[in-house]
Design a protein around this ligand. Structure first.
Ligand code: SF4
Length: 225
């Protein structure tokens, strides 16, 4: 059984094509800019095979490159369940993507997923720990595994003003993500802040403005150089 926060159908942002996105409950990290803190606890128990059957209902929408993305929270926080669901989906010939923050090193899941989308929260170990609350080791191990085993992966960086929106950070992320099919730079936004308040939590990045479109474009140009 696996604890699920929610499921989004016909998603177009978390992986290629049209996808069902399964948001797992629980996370090992406590990222200061988390926009899904409501996934950290609770959730509804689901059987992996039943969940995979449910996802099959949308198979016609997936087309050639769509499928199912395991997201969260952190799907590998429940790694047994994530592995089981990946196997169930694979046996139904559904393309799988694993959207992970890199906080848990789980070679079996990295091996099973057709695509891994991995966040590089910060390239520098101390800053990474301050931002996420966990050491960077699992992320490094995961990136090494993906490279050594020629696994398909995308890397992501959330660009937070004055924290991760510098040319140095972008260049360092590019080096760390060597071998990635794609690197996505995402703009920091504050849409998740009301969720922190609703949970009675203090938002750690209070006052930090959303990243401007202009700055994002500059960083994308730096990434391409
Ligand atoms: S890894 Fe994702 S879900 Fe977990 S705390 Fe960070 S942003 Fe939130």
């Amino acid at each position: 059984m696996v604890k699920i926060h929610s499921i989004e159908t016909l998603g177009a942002l978390d992986g290629p094509g049209i996808r069902t996105v399964v948001f797992f409950s629980g996370c090992v990290m406590r990222c200061k800019y988390c926009h899904n803190p409501d996934t950290w606890q609770g959730g509804e128990e689901r059987d992996e095979a039943e969940l995979a059957d449910w996802c099959v209902r949308y198979k016609t929408y997936y087309g050639n490159n769509g499928g199912v993305t395991l997201s969260g929270g952190e799907p590998l926080f429940q790694k047994e369940g994530a592995i089981k669901l990946l196997k169930e989906l694979k046996s139904r010939r559904i393309h799988t993507a694993l959207d992970t923050g890199g906080g848990v090193f789980c070679p079996e899941a990295l091996e099973l997923a057709d695509l891994t989308i991995i966040d590089i929260k910060h390239p520098e170990p101390d800053a990474f720990s301050k931002l996420t609350g966990v050491p960077q080791k699992s992320l490094i191990q995961s990136l090494e595994y993906l490279r050594e085993h020629n696994k398909k992966f995308w890397a992501r960086l959330v660009c937070v003003p004055k924290l991760t929106d510098t040319p140095e950070v972008v260049r360092a992320v590019k080096r760390m993500a060597a071998g990635a099919e794609k690197i996505e730079l995402l703009p920091y936004h504050t849409m998740g802040v009301p969720k922190w308040r609703k949970l009675g939590l203090e938002y750690p990045l209070e006052g930090v403005p959303p990243l401007s479109q202009e700055r994002l474009e500059e960083l994308k140009r730096i990434l391409q150089k």
